[in-house]
Design a binder for this molecule. Structure first.
Ligand SMILES: Nc1nc2c(c(=O)[nH]1)N[C@H]1C(S)=C(S)[C@@H](COP(=O)(O)OP(=O)(O)OC[C@H]3O[C@@H](n4cnc5c(=O)[nH]c(N)nc54)[C@H](O)[C@@H]3O)O[C@H]1N2
Ligand SMILES: Nc1nc2c(c(=O)[nH]1)N[C@H]1C(S)=C(S)[C@@H](COP(=O)(O)OP(=O)(O)OC[C@H]3O[C@@H](n4cnc5c(=O)[nH]c(N)nc54)[C@H](O)[C@@H]3O)O[C@H]1N2
Ligand SMILES: [Mo]
Length: 744
């Protein structure tokens, strides 16, 4: 689009660097003389309807930040000394090629791990490089229990055969005006804070749009939030006990016969077994476990079960429960037995828009991209597959806690290298941050691909490659709807996109690599939708599946639109929603939901609770930051200059701390600095603190590493607890701690 004064306006999709974010916002980029001058929400994008978040509005400060990495770098001093020299892309690629080939020849491709962070635009490029190199070890390194979304995805896939999401009319271009859509009468917002987080293929403000159209809210959150303050019921839960709550609500709904009998009879498998199991979770017992008053559990269960349609929108704390897969299973059963699945305004089945795969969310997609033979071969050596059949049977990640142990002990085979892309392992992703630091320092070769230096690149990198923001690259996205593309609008320094970097590397490491450049790959992947990259750009950079398209929701199980064989039903073994999960059974995981106490807490470790009497919740998100990102962006940092801890006034009194005081949060693992914010948001027995803090303005070289050892909370967050599935249970929301004075 050409505007006045030589300004060009490009509508694009914002996934990844800049905003951070899982989202598919349509934004308009204003470019003048080759420079980005402003960003505004695109009113034509049905996803966000013109809205923009603070991180997008600060995009010009991000893109042209003086700290941006703009050239490839090689380390010249010792690891951690902070001495790097600029090199050409040729030299950078040559070095990476030589080192990675050397490791592959001497130790096998499995000796290099390919580590990413959360679901930004990296899963596609990094898994592509990993498999072209021949390594099975694609991993979210440090994310204990793989406890972000994967446990929920695994549970949905195993029990329903598909992924579900709250229906806020996002599948229709007409949105709230679409006559087929219905407003959910009740929404349970469960361990999520959607307005600032917009996670997992969901735009947070949709819930507010639903509330404006009449949706009532039930909030399940240990803290008081914007959502809970506007809720009919706020269930102020003890962290890590969501499984018990879900089972207690199922108990009420089943025993009071509030479930949808017709749906259960026709479409659910194993109802009797579930009904028997929930008898172990009567409301009085559940109330004691969760700290939620009995009558609130009963009333909330009744409200949800008798409203139709009703929906549940859940967040990452579900995954961070012990055995996240069983907690997620119990919650899916709430929407299943009430007949709120696959109906307008309920939890509907979501598949990648237009059938386009950007990044494998399931084993089927993985096999579709790389073939059964390669996947089988890699599963034999993938870390975690032999111990956890669910890790083997779902999706294709290595198990993160086992990866770091293997880096430490070299068994059953040594790990020699790491390709770290879009992950700040030491700055925020890894629980047990120190352990990761010590272990990763021992590797022979480490590449970090990022936009800025951070504690991870400073401490570990041999080669640093400068990546592009969403404004500087061509890419694509199909995480549910819409099908979106990112178009390149500006160039900064010598930065390249993750796809460019990884396809170049893949060609060097695999002579049979299928694509020579990102355009080839993107157009090939888009071909299932009969469109090209240019077609989507011409359409405003986003496309919705047309009306009548089989990828659009509502009652697809009845119409035979879900299963490959075209028969009605769900894509499970029994063709039904499996309340008694056959896949879990085959993986040696309890086929019915159960509750397990968090590894630390008043019940599991009373002695420790006496010493450290506060349950620490970390990392409720802020709209200003994306994990460890944006601490150097002036407009954003100015709004939240220091990492704080929310402390209830009674607790502050007990520990003798005052508002604004710098203190230590401590436990047996160590101590971390925080500024006290006295707040009624938290329960007296809990504190909440921001995660992923470091300060880019401090010295980067060792031992400072941008202040990471002063501020990074994950130094005192423990690692995994026993898990049957291998998924879930990172203790990011359930660590015990106490407040301690800093004695200057
Ligand atoms: N205490 C605590 N810790 C947590 C959590 C918590 O709740 N509490 N949450 C956990 C969860 S759920 C997750 S998913 C992890 C997330 O952990 P990470 O995804 O590792 O998050 P970041 O720390 O932001 O690190 C991402 C890095 O990638 C860079 N980057 C951003 N976009 C791009 C891009 O497009 N290309 C490239 N090459 N680089 C890019 C950023 O500059 C940054 O350095 O953190 C976990 N850590
Ligand atoms: N702006 C911004 N957006 C983000 C991110 C970011 O860093 N910044 N990170 C992205 C990532 S990777 C993720 S995983 C998502 C996470 O985003 P969400 O899924 O929304 O999760 P959180 O913000 O961690 O927590 C949501 C709420 O859960 C509550 N909570 C804490 N512990 C428990 C518990 O045990 N049970 C229950 N029921 N509630 C609990 C917290 O108090 C908080 O209000 O956000 C994504 N979006
Ligand atoms: Mo996450």
């Amino acid at each position: 689009m050409n505007g006045d004064n030589g300004i060009q306006v490009y509508p694009t999709t914002t996934w990844s660097a800049g905003a951070g974010c899982h989202g598919a916002c349509g934004q308009k980029l204003y470019v003048k003389d080759g420079k980005l001058i402003k960003v505004e929400g695109d009113e034509n994008a049905s996803w966000n309807q013109g809205r923009a978040c603070p991180r997008v509005l600060a995009m010009t400060q991000y893109v042209y930040h003086p700290d941006r990495l703009t050239q490839p770098l090689k380390r010249v001093g010792n690891r951690g000394e902070g001495k790097f020299e600029p090199i050409s892309w040729d030299e950078a690629f040559d070095t990476c090629e030589a080192k990675l080939k050397d490791i592959r020849e001497k130790h096998g491709a499995e000796s290099v791990v390919f580590a990413q962070g959360t679901g930004r635009d990296v899963g596609g490029p990094i898994s592509f490089l990993c498999y072209n190199y021949g390594s099975p070890n694609w991993v979210q390194l440090g994310l204990s229990g793989q406890s972000c979304y994967t446990p929920r995805l695994g549970a949905m896939k195993a029990t329903i055969g598909d992924f579900c999401v709250l229906d806020a009319s996002q599948f229709s271009e007409k949105r709230y005006e679409d006559p087929e859509w219905e407003v959910p009468k009740v929404i349970i917002v469960w361990g999520q804070n959607p307005p600032p987080t917009c996670p997992d293929g969901f735009f947070g403000h949709w819930i507010v749009d639903c509330m404006q159209r009449g949706s009532k809210i039930i909030s399940v959150d240990p803290r008081h939030t914007w959502m809970s303050s506007r809720a009919e019921y706020h269930l102020q839960i003890r962290p890590g006990t969501d499984g018990a709550l879900a089972l207690g609500m199922l108990n009420v709904i089943i025993n009071e016969k509030l479930y949808d009998k017709e749906f259960v009879e026709k479409w659910c498998y194993g109802f009797d077994e579930l009904a028997e199991r929930v008898q172990q979770y009567p409301v009085d017992k559940v109330s004691k476990i969760t700290w939620i008053p009995e009558e609130l559990i009963i009333e909330a269960a009744r409200l949800y079960a008798t409203a139709k349609p009703a929906a549940i929108q859940w967040g990452v704390p579900i995954c961070m429960n012990p055995e996240g897969t069983t907690v997620a299973q119990a919650i899916t059963q709430l929407w299943s037995i009430t007949g709120n699945i696959d109906v307008p305004g309920g939890n509907v089945i979501a598949r990648p828009s237009h059938g386009v795969t950007t990044y494998p969310y399931s084993t089927e997609e993985l096999v579709g991209l790389y073939g059964q033979e390669l996947v089988d071969k890699l599963n034999k050596v993938r870390i975690g597959c032999n111990d956890y059949p669910m890790v083997k049977g779902f999706r294709g990640w290595a198990q993160p806690d086992m990866v770091i142990d293997q880096i430490n002990n070299g068994k059953p085979y040594p790990i020699k290298g790491a390709w770290i892309q879009t992950a700040n392992i030491l700055g925020g992703q890894a629980a047990r941050a120190r352990l990761h630091y010590e272990a990763l320092k021992k590797l022979d070769f480490v590449v970090v691909v990022d936009l800025f230096h951070n504690p991870t690149s400073m401490a570990l990198a041999d080669i640093v490659l400068p990546a592009a923001t969403f404004a500087e690259k061509e890419s694509f996205r199909s995480w549910w709807v819409p099908l979106g593309v990112m178009q390149k609008t500006v160039q900064v320094g010598d930065c390249k996109s993750d796809w460019e970097i990884n396809i170049e590397m893949a060609n060097r490491l695999n002579p049979n690599c299928k694509y020579k450049n990102p355009r080839e790959l993107i157009n090939d992947r888009l071909s299932v939708a009969n469109v090209t990259f240019d077609d989507v750009v011409k359409n405003g950079s986003q496309m919705m599946p047309p009306e009548g398209d089989p990828s659009r929701p509502y009652r697809r199980h009845e119409k035979g639109l879900l299963r490959a064989d075209g028969k009605p039903g769900f894509t499970t073994e029994t063709g039904k929603v499996e309340l008694y999960c056959k896949a879990y059974e085959s993986w040696g995981v309890d086929p019915l939901p159960f509750f397990r106490e968090p590894a630390q807490g008043p019940v599991s470790t009373p002695e420790l609770f006496e010493k450290y009497p506060l349950i620490m919740i970390t990392g409720a998100r802020s709209h200003l930051f994306f994990h460890s990102e944006h601490r150097g962006i002036p407009w954003l940092r100015e709004k939240n200059p220091e990492p704080y801890v929310e402390v209830h006034p009674e607790t502050a009194k007990e520990f003798g701390v005052y508002d604004g005081e710098w203190i230590h949060l401590e436990n047996d693992m160590g101590k971390v600095k925080r500024k006290v914010r006295i707040s009624l948001r938290v329960h007296p027995k809990m504190v909440h603190t921001l995660h992923s803090w470091w300060k880019p303005e401090l010295k980067g070289s060792e031992p400072d590493l941008f202040g990471v050892w002063d501020y990074q909370i994950n130094q005192i967050v423990p690692g995994p607890q026993d898990s049957d599935s291998g998924f879930g249970g990172g203790q990011y929301k359930t660590t015990l701690c106490r407040l301690a004075k800093i004695n200057d």
